[in-house]
Design a protein around this ligand. Structure first.
Ligand code: ADE
Length: 420
């Protein structure tokens, strides 16, 4: 079996970590039990480019139980849990191509290694796998029947491909499921970003000014959790609706150039590039901390930070904290190389929330393989009945019951004649 992981001796620790995560993933467990009986993915080759975490391992094992032939590669050079990668190779015979801290060249070699599997289906987180396939291996695109995409950034890239007619097969936008973005983006990113920030720095958040750029589902979650820890939160936005929402949620809203003078901690969650740029860096306080929770490490202009420090290399003052000293003596701390801080310095979203995201991936794979032949190349959303079923199963697993409409109420909601 071909694979590339850091050290197979880590496998036992990885297996324990996977078992711990799986305890928190009851919905995925139910899906796995059904998949094992029904084999809906039998013989399907899947190349999955995801963050290699214990939760992803639970998903890969579920796909395998459903009959799929799965290989994995990392969707980010810094997010791999090396012990999990080792366990998947050693115990589950799932080839993994991922090493935490791999350089860019190795990252892309790993994407190609996953594509050497000649997948019938791609599973992507950020659209790098689909992009490399379409750009560099067009002769292979015809072999792929369907795909899924996990995250906001990837869905944006796929929609751009579809608009230009570049996308060659149908892809399910898992991120668009309500049981994904309401929970994973908001509560998952909210908690795990603060977790990454604290593990990297151990700062006290109470009384600090935290500037959050971007008030999408992820930004809302990070802002809520930062406020919950006693931080004074400033939100910066470019979208008037989101800015208004942030204001009415009780945060201060202002342009980043103003917030830059006030912030102690800056967290970017926009999906765009150079959000924190040279003019902002020029006015920040001594000791400012910069972190990114968006998919790519493009949100903070790191070359500008280097240029402002005269090209002097930063000092590694703690794991995942690099301190740049600017020409005027101010120190700026960059966390996790500007890569997603929740996966670089912590362990990503907790398993209990990935349970729903990956239930969407597993059921989405089944759905797309069943219906793919009738779908033209475009970006799709999971049917609302599957989305609601995942929510129902999650509630059930948490021991929470809810009410049902009476017949009279259902009729009332479907009628228009009755008024005041
Ligand atoms: N994205 C964010 N958190 C994650 C996790 N724990 N596993 C896989 N992908 C993730």
């Amino acid at each position: 079996m071909n694979y590339h992981v850091k050290d197979l001796n880590l496998a036992a620790a990885g297996r324990q970590k996977i078992a711990w995560a799986e305890q928190e993933m009851p919905v995925l467990r139910l899906i796995r039990e059904r998949f094992a009986k029904e084999q809906p993915l039998k013989g399907v080759r899947i190349s999955a480019c995801l963050h290699i975490t214990s939760e992803t391992a639970a998903l890969a094992r579920t796909l395998q139980a459903g009959g799929a032939d799965v290989v994995l590669c990392a969707s980010n050079p810094l997010s791999t849990q090396d012990e999990v990668a080792a366990a998947l190779v050693a115990y589950d015979e799932i080839p993994v191509f991922a090493i935490k801290g791999e350089d860019n060249a190795t990252y892309y070699q790993h994407l190609h290694a996953a594509l050497d599997h000649h997948p019938h289906m791609t599973m992507d987180d950020g659209c790098d796998l689909v992009s490399v396939l379409h750009k560099e291996r067009p002769q292979q695109v015809g072999e792929v029947r369907v795909g899924t995409e996990e995250t906001t950034t990837g869905v944006i890239r796929l929609r751009a491909m579809a608009k230009e007619g570049a996308l060659k097969y149908p892809v399910l936008a898992v991120n668009d499921s309500m049981t994904k973005h309401y929970f994973d983006n908001r509560y998952g990113t909210g908690q795990s970003t603060i977790d990454g920030l604290l593990r990297a720095t151990n700062i006290l958040l109470a009384g600090r000014t935290v500037v959050i750029s971007g008030y999408g589902w992820c930004g809302r979650g990070v802002a809520a959790r930062a406020r919950g820890m006693g931080a004074h939160v400033i939100v910066t936005e470019v979208d008037p609706l989101r800015a208004l929402e942030a204001l009415m949620d009780g945060y201060q809203v202002m342009p980043l150039i103003e917030a830059a003078r006030r912030g102690d901690v800056f967290i970017t969650v926009t999906g765009d590039k150079n959000v924190i740029d040279e003019p902002h860096l020029r006015v920040m306080k001594d000791g400012a901390i910069l972190a990114n929770a968006g998919h790519f490490n493009a949100e903070i202009n790191i070359p500008a930070l280097r240029a402002l420090s005269n090209g002097q290399p930063p000092v590694q003052v703690r794991p995942f904290v690099e301190q740049y000293t600017l020409k005027d003596g101010r120190r700026i701390n960059l966390l996790g190389d500007g890569r997603l801080i929740n996966l670089a310095a912590a362990e990503g979203h907790p398993a209990a929330v990935m349970d729903m995201s990956f239930a969407n991936q597993a059921l989405g794979a089944e759905y797309m393989l069943k219906h793919g032949a009738t779908l033209k190349p475009d970006v799709y959303t999971i049917p609302v009945e599957i989305d609601r079923e995942i929510a129902r199963l999650k509630l059930q697993s948490m021991g929470v019951e809810i009410d049902a409409l009476t017949e009279e109420q259902a009729r009332y909601l479907a009628s228009w004649e009755e008024g005041t």
